[in-house]
Design a binder for this molecule. Structure first.
Ligand code: UD1
Length: 432
């Protein structure tokens, strides 16, 4: 592959060199869901028995969560995509700042640490490039369950008042359907005394996956996947074996890889119902989709502009906003993309512009005028999904692009270059 010389500062960073313009064929394999696996791992804190999780994707975020759990005394064994977790002797309720910082899902462990140990001290996850991402709802939920919670010097301390006492079931109405808050409260409430009800709960498939796991561990939860979740508290949970759901965001990214390269591809395994909003937009912009059992075959036609507004599930997911924008940058006509979940999730726009995309931003809306072709450039993925968008754009841009920001990409896409290469993409990782 011939690589155009990138500016000197870019050649020093790890990057993917992508030779654009090759069509893809065959099948792209989808891994287990990162966002589910991370939270399911923290559920191991709720029992002294062994929890075995299958279909856990090999990602740097999973390494991070393993380190956090080990710091609390959990014994962790990983073999390929199976993780065994045993929290029989917890030695700490205080994950260290260095490990928690940068892995937002680790904050959600506060619910399970508190329920199991009666006390938890967890650093705030901090700001994030895509938005402020508060944890007010998580804290409000724990307080409703009877915990005393204080936030000082950037650390949240939560305790169940009274020696050997349990949290108490309560009704909680979330101000916004936060995924993390729903999961935190769900885990805490499983071991509470009495019944809890979470209203305006997040309906994401990952919440449902967590509830399914907890039920397999002996919890009594109904309604997960809908806006009202009821949890009848139990005294203890037991171990089990469980397989993590498929990653709907990775699946969506792969469908977009097919669409942007105008290639017919099969993406599998997937749960199509988890992707309804995304599939609808792909159809609207001119792709034909065939759903067969656990796979989707996509045949892109002439791609037309469509309008997208991100929303909580079952609406269009914010995590596919940047990747879908890469596709629409190559569509015929105009698209209007509105980001409603995060206040700062448009950083990929400047990078797409470097590749020749015609995009204007007005507040949290991007107006995308499709162009006939993108041109290769050194670009930076500023967050996980922005990095995925850059890879997609690189697959179709004329010439050789250098996509940096691999520290972000590796958090959420397991072996992405090997998967794409197996379908005919031409790309190589460079680690200076
Ligand atoms: C999860 C996902 C992330 C996805 C997001 C939205 C994980 C590990 N990450 O993140 O990939 O982008 O859902 O689908 O599962 N909010 C508040 N107050 C709160 C909590 C949240 O206002 O106390 C707001 C946030 O600022 C944001 C919205 O709610 O605007 C959604 O956030 P939330 O659902 O909490 O996202 P996460 O669970 O952190």
């Amino acid at each position: 592959m011939t690589t155009a010389a990138p500016p000197s500062q870019d050649i020093l960073k790890p990057h993917l060199a992508i030779d654009g313009g090759h069509s893809l064929q065959g099948e792209l394999k989808v891994s287990g869901a990162k966002n589910s696996a991370l939270v399911l791992m923290t559920a191991s804190l709720l029992t002294a028995e062994r929890l075995t999780l299958h279909n856990v994707p090999p990602l740097t975020d999973i390494d991070g969560m393993e380190n956090i759990l080990v710091s609390l005394g959990v014994k962790v064994h990983r073999r390929s995509e199976t993780v065994e977790l045993e929290a029989s002797h917890l030695t700490s309720a205080e994950p260290p700042y260095d490990l928690v910082n940068g892995l937002r899902a680790s904050f959600f462990a506060i619910g399970s640490i508190l329920a199991r140990m009666g006390y938890a001290k967890v650093p705030l996850p901090g700001g994030c490039r895509i938005g402020a991402r508060p944890v007010v709802e998580h804290i409000r939920g724990l307080k409703a369950l009877g915990a005393s919670v204080s936030v000082e010097h950037g650390v949240v301390t939560a305790a169940v008042p009274g020696e050997g006492k349990r949290l108490k079931g309560a009704s909680i109405v979330l101000d916004c359907p936060s995924v993390g808050a729903t999961e935190t409260i769900l885990m805490a409430a499983t071991l509470a005394e009495g019944t809890s009800v979470i209203e305006n709960a997040a309906q994401e498939p990952e919440v449902q996956d967590l509830a399914n796991l907890l039920n397999a561990m002996g919890a009594r939860i109904t309604g997960a996947g809908g806006p009202t979740i009821t949890i009848h508290g139990v005294e203890a949970l037991h171990g089990c074996e469980y397989s993590v759901i498929l990653d709907r965001i990775e699946a969506g990214t792969f469908l977009l890889a097919a669409a942007i390269t105008r290639s017919r591809l099969r993406v599998a395994p997937v749960v199509p119902e988890h992707l309804n909003a995304v599939l609808q937009k792909l159809r609207d912009c001119g792709c034909e989709l065939e759903i067969d059992g656990d796979g989707i075959t996509i045949t892109p036609g002439t791609i037309k502009g469509v309008d997208i507004t991100t929303q909580p599930f079952p609406g269009f997911p914010t995590d596919l906003q940047a990747p879908f924008m890469a596709l629409l940058a190559t569509a015929s006509g105009t698209s209007v993309i509105t980001e409603k979940i995060y206040e700062n999730r448009m950083q990929h726009v400047a990078e797409l512009q470097r590749m020749g995309a015609a995009i204007r931003i007005q507040g949290s809306t991007a107006i995308v005028e499709g162009v006939p072709s993108l041109s290769a450039a050194p670009v930076n993925g500023t967050d996980l999904r922005a990095a995925a968008a850059m890879v997609l754009a690189g697959l179709v841009a004329r010439g050789s692009s250098q996509v940096s920001g691999l520290n972000h990409l590796d958090r959420g896409y397991a072996g992405i270059e090997a998967k794409l290469r197996a379908c005919g993409a031409v790309l190589e990782r460079h680690l200076p």
